[in-house]
Ligand binder design. Structure first.
Ligand SMILES: *Cc1c(COP(=O)(O)O)cnc(C)c1O
Ligand code: SF4
Length: 395
């Protein structure tokens, strides 16, 4: 696959698409090695503001900077309000810790029965396979974990995680995330995916990854051929802005879907990045065109140093109100808050029930028209065949 290329990192080495030989640009390992990490790197590509300079200066003690040349190529050189820039270049406000912000906003560390496992819900677990990502997002809710040293979680820890899956028959769904599992070599990822697939009671495997957004050249034929051997396997990715749905990202998503992998998208509402109904409508439509189904729209988690990127809860509800009914239902994700302190995800949204009477509900539609729904006379909803179906061991 990718042969090792000579690494001599000098400040004058090209980082711009067009100046970089295609063989390098299209090599995902080159993209990872040449991530932009410093003021000097960033200065070559964009006109930095004082606010960004202050953020970059403060970042080393807070949360690392890392941007693939590919993702950096999407940045607007002149406008600091560019949604790509805002997701990966820190600003001074990142050093501020606001009231209620936490290092571990979701209380995940307390829900870990085995190394690398977060088991919060009855039937599914999160497996944090490594702490490296293709890009380091300023809004990351797992910033306490990722980007520490680009290390892979020790294999013994992953083996203990797999043992936990074997002895926990309630787990039907394993979500492999991190960090970004698609930054593992295909061989290492196959070891992990095949180990999870070998757990008899695990029904579905999900990969959570930003690679289609930030490192699309990673989605190569060899990876897809490997993944398709472990179906049913799903990929959830993380596009936040239509600017990210480039021809390269499109090709990456289509390759995965063509390998039989259904794709979903989990966006995070980010103030000033995508906190508008028009932009999100454009994003969700663009995703459907590349066969990625919008799954969640997250209210930002109160992770330390992200206050300036969070929206008031009402803003997300208002956006969903504007989209509902007007935009194809295929495009609409569920708006969720991941409740701080381990409460889990809970859906929120506009309320369409105006009054809940005994015989009639008073509802409103997306245009504001009030309608009534007559309740049926019979209220008993037990299914008599359940006993037959559920009692049949031949199923
Ligand atoms: C989000 C999450 C899941 C998956 O939740 P779904 O709502 O099924 O997508 C599983 N475990 C943890 C700890 C999570 O945070
Ligand atoms: S890709 Fe995901 S885990 Fe990695 S930094 Fe971004 S939000 Fe965090």
């Amino acid at each position: 696959m990718s042969s090792p290329l000579p690494i001599a990192r000098s400040p004058v080495e090209p980082l711009l698409r067009g100046e970089v030989p295609d063989a390098h640009w299209n090599d995902w390992r080159w993209q990872l090695r040449r991530r932009l990490t410093s003021l000097a790197d960033l200065e070559r590509l964009v006109r930095l503001t004082d606010d960004e300079r202050a953020g970059i200066a403060a970042a080393p003690g807070l949360f690392r900077i890392g941007i693939t040349p590919y993702y950096a190529s999407l940045m607007d050189r002149d406008h600091a309000s560019c949604p790509v820039r805002m997701q990966v270049i820190p600003v001074a406000a990142e050093a501020r810790v606001s009231d209620g912000e936490r290092v571990d906003p979701l209380g995940e560390d307390a829900l870990s029965p085995a190394p690398a496992i977060v088991h919060r819900y009855p039937d599914r677990v999160l497996l944090l396979a490594l702490d490296r990502c293709a890009v380091y997002c300023r809004h990351c809710n797992r910033r306490r974990l990722v980007g520490q040293d680009d290390g892979v979680i020790p294999k013994q820890d992953l083996e203990r995680a797999i043992e936990y899956l074997h002895r926990t028959p309630a787990v039907k769904d394993v979500l492999i995330s991190g960090g970004d599992p698609l930054t593992l070599s295909t061989e290492k990822l196959e070891w992990l995916v095949s180990s999870v697939r070998a757990v008899p009671h695990v029904e579905i495997i999900r990969l959570g990854t930003r690679v289609p957004v930030a490192l699309p050249m990673r989605i190569d034929d060899q990876l897809c051929a490997m993944l398709r051997r472990y179906h049913p396997l799903y990929v959830n990715t993380h596009f936040n802005h239509p600017k990210e749905v480039t021809p390269e990202a499109r090709a990456a998503c289509e390759r995965l879907v063509d390998a039989g992998i259904p794709m979903g998208n989990q966006s995070v509402l980010l103030r000033g990045v995508n906190s508008s109904a028009r932009i999100l409508e454009e994003l969700f439509r663009a995703l459907l065109r590349v066969r990625v189904r919008p799954y969640y729209l997250f209210q930002g988690d109160p992770a330390q140093g992200t206050d300036h990127l969070r929206t008031p809860v009402g803003a997300g509800v208002e956006i969903m109100e504007q989209l509902q009914g007007r935009v194809t239902g295929m495009a609409l994700p569920r708006l969720v808050i991941d409740a701080p302190g381990g409460g889990g995800k809970l859906p929120i949204g506009p309320n369409y029930v105006l009054a809940w009477g005994v015989d009639r509900l008073k509802l409103r539609n997306y245009e504001g028209r009030v309608v009534e729904y007559p309740e049926p006379a019979e209220r008993d909803c037990a299914c008599p065949y359940d006993a037959v179906w559920l009692g049949d061991d031949r199923r």
